[in-house]
Each structure stands twice: as structure tokens, then as C-alpha cells.
Design a protein around this ligand. Structure first.
Ligand SMILES: Cc1cc2nc3c(=O)[nH]c(=O)nc-3n(C[C@H](O)[C@H](O)[C@H](O)COP(=O)(O)OP(=O)(O)OC[C@H]3O[C@@H](n4cnc5c(N)ncnc54)[C@H](O)[C@@H]3O)c2cc1C
Length: 435
């Protein structure tokens, strides 16, 4: 369990029955926002679904994100373009990214592929290929939120990106132009305009862009739990078990759980950053790396308030208003998934964050650590696994797992039950890495 994880909301009842060997239509491994959304979409289509996790729903990476449903996403974060920013990262002075030196040789091939995918023409291609998923992101959440009775966790105030220099805003122009072409609303603001929306922000920035259509979540854990409760209400069963026990038995997929063995014709692996633990032994090797990230909650000072998430673009952190306090999230740390936490980026960014917003006392004794599961082309894998029968994959959602969980759930369910998928799933196929 990630360091500093605090569970303040009672877990939903998991209706795991005592079973010795049970058969079901489909196993879903991993009850993060992605796996839970898939299980819910399959249950909505009348399938018998078993959702298996070693913990409770939403307690992995999905616990700690910035809560932004970024249907407006255009370009993925790119490999640093200028030598100056690369040097700052190399010298460990940048709050935007950090790394463990001993991990660099291992991640070097992934970084090379990530750098190649960061060329302007590749970023534009990624924007086009990802648009069908992002375009459905908010609407698919709204549909699940309505049936799960989870409206109270959604905040419809968009999000604000702040730029401290003119140059930083100029660099965003290609993204803003593409947003206009995609019909995504943005409002450019000066500091006064931004402070009319968020009076607690200090005018330490020169420009702001309000992405008005984004939606945010005030408690990502509670949202995943609400979807899990809805899944149970539709007859879905949740089990505690270790997904690494997945194996073929009698021509089906079988996994061991605390309640006994479960088997099904199809399995969906949605284990986020832990997916390789199950796929590697099956010989399915895809180029996943993790961008680790931290968060910590702070009380606002006095009666300061934040209505929507705010990104301080040059410093690479977000301030996100959560039920627990103001959640400060960091950019990427390149390190082994299971290496001990080294939250140095929080130390580097906090002076800038405190200058921008009156942060008071930290809420928890230690920061939380999570790991964004990322492919070098910043697209998830949502498809059958190469050279395996009835093994479905849904992982690698990088910076957008919360955003894309329900859209992914719908796409997977449509592919599995033979319906016409709402978008062409080809750009998300695993075989783009094995062809
Ligand atoms: C700091 C930070 C900020 C972020 N901000 C945003 C944001 O604002 N918006 C956004 O859209 N995304 C954001 N993300 C990304 C997002 O959180 C992830 O993409 C998303 O949570 C991934 O969801 P998942 O369901 O794939 O994985 P997870 O939530 O990690 O779920 C995987 C599940 O698998 C289970 N599991 C693992 N191993 C086993 C095993 N052996 N047996 C059984 N179960 C197992 C885990 O317990 C876990 O529940 C952020 C990420 C970070 C780290």
C-alpha cells in the first residue's frame, strides 16, 4: 500500500461468497478506476463479472491523483525540448521531473522512445489518435456518476493553467490552436481575470488559461468506491485475491482468491502499474514504464479557498481542492516502481506553491506515492493481448487514468460483447509494439 495512504471512507461491502471453484463469464483483475469501470460496464450489459483485487477498490494509483477529468487534453507531456530544462532536471534542480540515477540505464530505452514520440509531428498525431477517447471522458463519467449516485464528488468549474512568463504562454500556442480546432473551449485570462475566479491566488503569474469544460473530482477514492458499489448492486461480485495466480486451466483462465478459485473464458487485466507482474510470466512484454508521483494535503490558511484545480505550468505541480484539503501533486519521478519514496520534488516546488496560494499545515505526516503506468507513445493499451486467447488488456493510462476509466470501461465492454465500439480501438492495440 502506498506510503501515507489514509482511508477515511468506509469500504463498500464486497459480496464475496465462499467458493471452492466458481465459474463466471469474465474476470476483471484490478479494481482501480479502470478495472472498476470495466467491471461496471460489463455488468450493465448483463454479464456475470468477478472483480479481483488484493485491496479495496480505488486504493492503488487511483487513490492519489489530482482529480482532473481532463477531457480537454491535447498534447501529452513531452520530453524536455530545451537544453536548459534538461540540464535543470539532470542537476536535480527542477520540480517538474526527477530520477534515481541507478534506474536510468534500465529506463533508457523507454526514454529514447518517449523522446522520439515527443517530436512535434508525433505529438500532433497522438492528439488526433487520443481525441475520440478524451472526447467521451466527461460524458462517460457523468453517466456512471448519475447511476452511482455520486454527483456530490463532481465539480464543474473547469481548471486553470498558469504561466509565469510570456514565453511559457507562447509555447502553449500550438496546443491552444489545436484545442480551438477540436472545438474545446478555453478562455485566456490576465492575472486579474484569473483572480476573479480564484481570489486566493497571488498575482505571481502573468497569464492563465481557463479550460472551462474540464470537470474535477473532490475525492477520487470515493468515486471509484461509488462505481464499485454500483457494480455490486448490479450483481457483480468482488473478491480479494492475488492476480499473479492467473493461469490457464482446462482451456479457461483461473485465478485464486481468498474465497477459492475462480475461472472464466475471458479475463481483463487492468492492474495499472502492476500489470507486468501478471503479463511478464505469460510472455506478454510491452514497453511500460512508470512516472512516479507524490501528493500531500495541506490546510488552506485563514479562509483561503480554491474552487478548481490549478496547474503552475513551469513548476509542474497541481493544487487540487479535495475533501481532505488542498492536494499538492508532483510531476514525474523516474525510479523503480517499488523503490523507497524520495519526495524531493515536493520540497523543490513547495516554495513556489506557497508563494501562489496560502498553504498552511500539512494534513498527513508523510506524502503519498503513486506510479503512473505509461507507454512511451502516451497511449494506453486497450485490446486483446498478442498471442493469447481471451486475454484482454486495459492499462497504461499514464496521466489520464481517472479521466479515461469510464470511456475505457465502455470500449472494453463493447469489444467483449461484440457491439460496435463507440470509437476505433486500433490506436490502442497492444500489437503496435509487437508488429
Ligand atoms: C500524482 C498523480 C496525479 C495524477 N493526476 C491525474 C489527474 O488529475 N487526472 C487523471 O485522469 N489521472 C491522473 N493521474 C493518473 C491516474 O491516477 C492513473 O492513470 C490511474 O489511477 C490508473 O488507474 P488504474 O486503474 O489503471 O490503476 P490503479 O488505480 O493502480 O489500479 C490497479 C489495481 O490493481 C491492484 N493490484 C495490483 N497488483 C495486484 C495483484 N497482484 N493482485 C490483485 N490486485 C492487484 C491494486 O491494488 C490496484 O487497486 C495521476 C497520477 C498521479 C500519480
Amino acid at each position: 500500500m502506498p506510503a501515507g495512504l489514509h482511508l477515511s471512507i468506509p469500504r463498500p461491502p464486497l459480496a464475496a461468497a465462499e467458493v471452492v471453484l466458481a465459474r463466471t463469464d469474465i474476470l476483471v483483475l484490478g479494481a482501480g478506476i479502470v478495472g472498476t469501470s470495466i467491471a461496471l460496464h460489463l455488468a450493465k450489459r448483463g454479464m456475470a463479472v468477478a472483480l479481483v483485487d488484493r485491496g479495496g477498490p480505488g486504493e492503488g494509483t487511483s487513490y492519489g491523483n489530482a482529480g482532473i477529468i481532463e477531457g480537454n487534453t491535447i498534447f501529452p507531456p513531452a520530453f524536455p525540448a530545451g537544453w536548459a530544462s534538461l540540464l535543470r532536471i539532470a542537476l536535480k534542480r527542477s520540480p517538474v521531473a526527477s530520477y534515481h540515477l541507478s534506474f536510468l540505464p534500465k529506463v533508457a530505452p523507454w526514454l529514447a522512445a518517449f523522446r522520439a514520440a515527443s517530436r512535434p509531428e508525433r505529438l500532433a498525431e497522438t492528439a488526433e489518435l487520443m481525441r475520440p477517447l478524451f472526447a467521451r471522458a466527461v460524458a462517460e463519467h457523468e453517466a456512471l456518476v448519475a447511476e452511482a449516485g455520486a454527483e456530490r464528488y463532481l465539480s464543474r468549474h473547469g481548471w486553470l493553467k498558469l504561466y509565469r512568463t510570456d514565453k511559457a504562454l507562447t509555447e502553449q500556442m500550438p496546443e491552444l490552436e489545436l484545442a480551438a480546432r477540436f472545438g474545446i473551449a478555453t478562455v485566456a485570462l490576465d492575472p486579474d481575470g484569473a483572480r476573479a475566479l480564484e481570489p486566493a491566488l497571488a498575482p505571481v503569474f502573468r497569464h492563465a488559461v481557463h479550460w472551462t469544460g474540464a470537470v474535477s473530482v473532490t475525492n477520487p477514492l470515493a468515486l471509484t468506491r461509488a462505481y464499485a458499489t454500483r457494480f455490486a448492486a448490479l450483481g457483480g461480485l468482488a473478491f480479494t485475491g492475488d492476480a499473479r495466480t492467473l493461469h490457464r486451466a482446462d482451456g479457461r483462465w483461473r485465478v485464486e482468491t481468498a474465497a477459492g478459485a475462480l475461472d472464466a473464458a475471458d479475463v481483463v487485466v487492468a492492474l495499472g502499474p502492476w500489470t507486468p507482474d501478471v503479463l511478464d510470466p505469460l510472455g506478454v512484454k510491452l514497453p511500460l514504464a512508470v512516472k512516479r508521483g507524490y501528493h500531500r494535503h495541506f490546510q488552506p490558511r485563514g479562509n483561503a479557498n480554491l474552487i478548481r484545480p490549478v496547474l503552475d505550468a513551469q513548476n509542474g505541480y497541481c493544487l487540487a481542492p479535495m475533501e481532505q484539503g488542498i492536494r499538492v501533486t508532483t510531476g514525474a519521478e523516474f525510479a523503480a516502481r517499488d523503490a523507497a519514496p524520495t519526495p524531493v520534488q515536493l520540497g523543490r516546488l513547495l516554495p513556489a506553491a506557497r508563494e501562489l496560494f496560502p498553504l498552511g499545515q500539512a494534513v498527513e505526516p508523510k506524502p503519498w506515492l503513486g506510479a503512473r503506468p505509461c507507454f512511451p507513445d502516451s497511449r494506453p493499451v486497450i485490446s486483446l493481448a498478442p498471442r493469447q486467447r481471451n486475454l484482454w488488456l486495459a492499462y497504461g493510462h499514464a496521466h489520464w487514468g481517472l479521466t479515461l476509466g469510464p470511456a475505457t470501461g465502455r470500449l472494453v465492454a463493447e469489444m467483449i460483447n461484440g457491439a460496435t465500439p463507440f470509437c476505433d480501438p486500433k490506436p490502442y492495440a497492444a500489437d503496435r509494439f509487437t508488429r
